[in-house]
Design a protein around this ligand. Structure first.
Ligand SMILES: [Zn+2]
Length: 507
């Protein structure tokens, strides 16, 4: 009898989705109800542990490393904030509705799909109308005629209090940072340049949410807004530290579809001589590499004027190559003084700050707007593999939901109590560990491989004699014996170990 040939290699998008649903990474919100709208997802226990690890690395390698300040602002903000920020008039998608069946679709996407033309989403409703007439386009569902194209605002409106005051769920976390800036600069005695960070939820009423964590209506962002004086020179000491970091950059006018590897120092030219941009790109690059994103699979892609958000003058997307193509993870925007200027105008408050000898300035802003959900999804995509006799998620130890699993070889007597006491100790030491005493050891290994647990520790008969256990490594499946007393120190070292490049993704 022969067993059927197994496909070996990276899992497909569908297989990844199945793993995520079945192993508690993420699943649709309110899924027991058919009425639940698309674009809302829950993090299950494994997904949340992974997300917490990712957030810890972000704080460690970006926020703390750069001495940034972190805040946590309100999710609901008054209408005037978004009048000032421009989101009320500019965060819009062009849509058309079928007059017969009521289907609503994105006008620009549909026209471009039907004609193969590049359609700018910022065309006026009249321009969309004439394109629809010119190409004689009809409803994709029923063939009916379209009504007049309109602009659909992607913000969720909220009525606050009995008076139903016009407010909105924030479409980006950045706005609270801008409106809080004056207070922060005073109370925290801010000296420019200074990064202010925020990790929190944002909301966008997407017309067509899709692909699980990739296009969500409720999303988690980790944003950094760096305030600086555009006339001041960037601190040479800080730049010195990162100038050799290599960045893959795909410039607009490069005439190539391949990105070019260059040092942060060389890249300054591409950023109009602004060392501060190069510095933060290098910080971001190092953070993503530390989370296990292979450098060869990431790039900074410069956006054309038509693709940029309405508030930026220069913009790059930090992207990763996944099984479904290049995916934007971080929007890196130069927002100039756009936001502070407008909030100053609408609030009638002076938002200038004193920058040492340079006197009063209205700071400019560089933004790193990071999509947490997408980043986690990409990590699952990069590291979920089929091998000949197992499925394995090769997440780096600093990101994996559990760092180690503890198994008693048999679940009774002294072996069991020794395993439980080891488990209790490791929890107290703040290691995220998992205890499993059901099924044979081989099956327990497979379950841990599937959720990415890098180390499994088994307490057996020999443990009772010499206080050692077996430590089994996920990727090599190699086993070593180690003294129980040495485990905490060993796990601390292993947690910060990077994946070997070839183990990362070449299987
Ligand atoms: Zn229709």
């Amino acid at each position: 009898m022969t067993t059927p040939e197994r496909r070996v290699g990276r899992a497909t998008y569908e297989e990844l989705l199945r793993l995520s649903l079945e192993r508690g990474f993420f699943f649709p919100s309110a899924e027991i109800y058919n009425e639940a709208p698309a674009g809302f997802w829950e993090y299950g226990p494994t997904g949340l542990l992974m997300r917490n690890n990712f957030a810890r690395e972000w704080r460690r390698r970006i926020v703390r490393k750069d001495d940034m300040l972190e805040i946590d602002g309100s999710v609901i903000l008054p209408r005037i904030v978004f009048e000032a920020s421009g989101h009320l008039s500019s965060l819009v998608d062009p849509i058309v509705q079928c007059t017969k069946c009521g289907t609503r679709i994105r006008a620009d996407k549909y026209i471009s799909e039907k004609t193969g033309l590049q359609i700018d989403e910022r065309l006026s409703p009249e321009e969309f109308q004439s394109l629809i007439s010119k190409y004689d386009l009809h409803c994709p569902k029923c063939g009916g005629d379209f009504g007049k194209p309109t602009k659909f605002n992607m913000m969720f409106r909220v009525g606050v209090g009995a008076e139903d005051a016009d407010s909105y769920l924030r479409p980006e976390t950045a706005q609270s940072i801008f409106v809080d800036f004056a207070r922060l600069s005073k109370t925290m005695r801010i000296k420019l340049p200074k990064g202010i960070a925020q990790l929190g939820r944002s909301f966008r009423n997407e017309i067509a949410p899709r692909q699980a964590l990739i296009r969500l209506r409720e999303l988690l962002q980790a944003e950094v807004e760096v305030f600086f004086n555009p006339a001041a020179k960037f601190d040479p000491g800080r730049f010195e530290k990162i100038k050799e970091v290599r960045l893959n950059i795909l410039a607009q006018n490069s005439g190539s579809s391949q990105s070019k590897s260059q040092t942060a120092s060389e890249a300054v030219l591409l950023f109009g001589g602004m060392e501060i941009i190069s510095y933060y790109f290098a910080l971001l690059q190092e953070f993503y590499e530390a989370c296990g994103f292979p450098k060869e699979k990431t790039r900074f892609r410069e956006l054309s004027a038509a693709d940029r958000a309405f508030y930026t003058t220069s913009a790059f997307d930090f992207e990763v190559e996944t099984s479904i193509g290049w995916l934007e993870l971080v929007a890196c925007n130069y927002r100039t003084d756009y936001d502070l200027k407008n909030h100053s105008k609408f609030s009638k408050k002076d938002l200038q700050v004193v920058d040492g000898e340079n006197g009063k300035v209205l700071p400019h802003v560089i933004e790193l707007s990071l999509g947490v959900d997408r980043s986690l999804f990409s990590l699952l995509d990069l590291y979920f593999y089929h091998e000949q006799d197992r499925d394995v998620l090769r997440l780096q130890p600093n990101i994996a939901p559990y760092l180690a699993a503890i198994f008693p070889l048999i679940s009774k007597g002294e072996i069991e109590s020794k395993a439980i006491s080891l488990y209790e100790n490791l929890k107290l030491e703040d290691f995220q560990t998992f205890y499993d005493d059901s099924g044979n050891i081989g099956r327990r290994y497979r379950r841990m491989d599937e959720i990415g647990t890098p180390y499994c520790i088994t307490v057996d008969h020999q443990s009772l004699e010499d206080d050692t256990v077996t430590l089994r490594e996920r990727d090599s499946m190699g086993q070593t014996r180690i003294k129980i007393s040495e485990i905490p120190e060993k796990l601390r070292t292993l947690r910060d170990q990077r994946n070997e490049p070839e183990v990362q993704y070449n299987r």
